[in-house]
Design a protein around this ligand. Structure first.
Ligand code: SF4
Length: 484
């Protein structure tokens, strides 16, 4: 049975005792109970109970939120955008210390709402909840929270939902790790025509600034058979674009006897009828193989976009970050990619102000950005993350030097991004329409294979379909176009 009691912290070192099939069955049974409980709650409230899932952080969290919402809607909740909802879930991120502070701040606001609506329920899940000191803080200072669960037992959400609805005490179920991958649960997709597909969980890389390996656990790949079945189901359901998700997709299948590699998986996904575009993220440069480059080059469906986080242009800083490649190796990789796939758009992540970084190191990052000519880069000023090795490293540059360097880097990134977008001017490209433009209802917004957005005349009936669009007006980072 569930391990819970008031302010109880259930921590396992490894997996569930049941097999994945038994767990799936158990959660399906819990779903039936959840439906009854939500219907009863609706009777008490006098309306269909509403739920609001708030996502912080990355694509993996966004995908987890779709699963949470799927379960809630299947149980009978109605989705709401407002945190006034009867059940609010924060799916948290803990990559930066200030992300935690933001969540604590917002919780105070939820508490005031709960005072007015005592039936309101509040849950917290995601990476932040994997940290014991966070659980302790919530147990002691945020007693109004009803449910806490972590990243390893998300699939148990139907069961935890029932326990929460049947009790007035705080339910806490957080595991340190798991081997279990239980997937066959309801999902509500944000877009009917595109979907994320988890291919692996966790990370073994231990970059010195990153908390992910500690909160998401060791790397675990799903079986290719299950992934392909999920992609086939999605295609039957009308999905035309899939994004294969993992912290380091290039090491997919490592350590699993007889499992196929990531490039082989891509080839298999390519065979699925109905899927017209394939994206993936994130790629660690150290694991990006020649085989993958060849598969991308020869594919009709793999999008012409690669997110390849560099983090720094200095080999010395990369060593301190434990990235396991040098500036030269990274540049060689980019040169190979450009040679083999000339129209590939490359984006990246960069950290400025890492402990030990000097002005000369930062200069090397700036020259690397110029040399690669990224289509876009997500730039961050380093902030120490408690619990990671780098949190104890000593800072070298002053705050002023960091922010001046950051501004210079940003200017170079933006100039290069504009330059690369401008090369598309006048071309006809296929766009997948994602939505009606939020500023001008006479326009729709479409995404090109290389991830650039184009706005062109259209209406809601075009959402989820492909159109050839001439890129007629360059607006810096995006285009205005017309259908041809
Ligand atoms: S590869 Fe490095 S930065 Fe990415 S999740 Fe793993 S440890 Fe974190």
């Amino acid at each position: 049975m569930l391990n819970w009691r008031e302010a109880d912290f259930t921590s396992y070192t490894s997996t569930v005792a049941l097999s994945a099939e038994e767990e799936e069955q158990r959660q399906k049974e819990a779903m039936q109970t959840a439906r009854k409980l939500v219907a009863e709650l609706g009777g008490q409230l006098g309306h269909t109970p509403t739920c609001c899932v708030v996502t912080f952080g990355c694509q993996m969290n966004a995908r987890d939120s779709e699963k949470i919402l799927g379960i809630l809607m299947d149980a009978g909740y109605q989705e709401s955008d407002s945190e006034e909802a009867d059940f609010v879930i924060y799916n948290t991120c803990t990559v930066r210390d200030n992300a935690n502070q933001r969540v604590y701040g917002r919780l105070g606001h939820l508490n005031s709402m709960k005072k007015k609506n005592p039936q309101k329920r509040i849950a917290l899940c995601g990476c932040m909840i994997q940290e014991p000191d966070v659980i302790e803080k919530i147990r002691t200072s945020y007693r109004f929270v009803d449910l806490l669960f972590g990243t390893h037992n998300l699939y148990k959400f139907p069961e935890l939902l029932c326990t929460m609805l049947q009790n007035d005490r705080m339910v806490i179920d957080v595991w340190k790790a798991t081997d279990a991958i239980v997937e066959d649960l309801p999902v509500v997709r944000k877009y009917p025509f595109k979907s994320g597909v988890n291919i692996m969980f966790g990370c073994d890389n231990y970059c010195t600034y990153c908390i992910v390996p500690y909160v998401r656990g060791r790397e675990r790949s799903r079986s290719s058979k299950e992934i392909l079945q999920e992609v086939e189901r999605l295609a039957k359901d009308g999905v035309v674009e899939v994004m294969l998700l993992g912290q380091n997709v290039n090491s997919y299948g490592n350590g699993i006897e007889g499992e196929i590699s990531f490039p082989e998986l891509l080839k298999e996904v390519e065979q699925v009828e109905g899927i017209r575009r394939i994206r993936f993220m994130t790629s660690h440069p150290k694991d990006l193989s020649d085989e993958l480059i060849a598969v991308m080059r020869d594919s009709e469906k793999i999008c012409r976009h690669l997110h390849l986080p560099v983090q720094s242009g200095s080999s010395e800083v990369l060593r301190k970050m434990n990235r396991r490649y040098t500036r030269e190796q990274y540049l060689e990789l980019v040169a190979k990619l450009r040679r083999e796939i000339p129209d590939l758009s490359i984006t990246t992540d960069i950290i400025v102000g890492f402990p030990g970084e000097t002005k000369e190191d930062l200069e090397q990052t700036i020259t690397l950005v110029k040399e690669v000519g990224y289509d876009n880069a997500f730039t961050f000023i380093y902030s120490p993350r408690t619990g990671t090795p780098a949190a104890s490293y000593e800072k070298t540059m002053s705050d002023d030097e960091i922010s001046q360097g950051f501004e210079r880097l940003l200017t170079v990134v933006q100039d290069k991004a504009r330059e690369s977008v401008s090369r598309l001017y006048g071309r006809v490209e296929e766009a997948l329409v994602e939505e009606v433009n939020s500023h001008d209802a006479a326009l729709v917004t479409g995404r090109l294979s290389n991830n650039v957005l184009v706005h062109f005349p259209g209406d809601a009936s075009m959402i989820g379909k492909f159109y050839p669009v001439k890129l007629t007006e360059n607006r810096g980072f995006y285009y205005i176009g017309e259908m041809v």
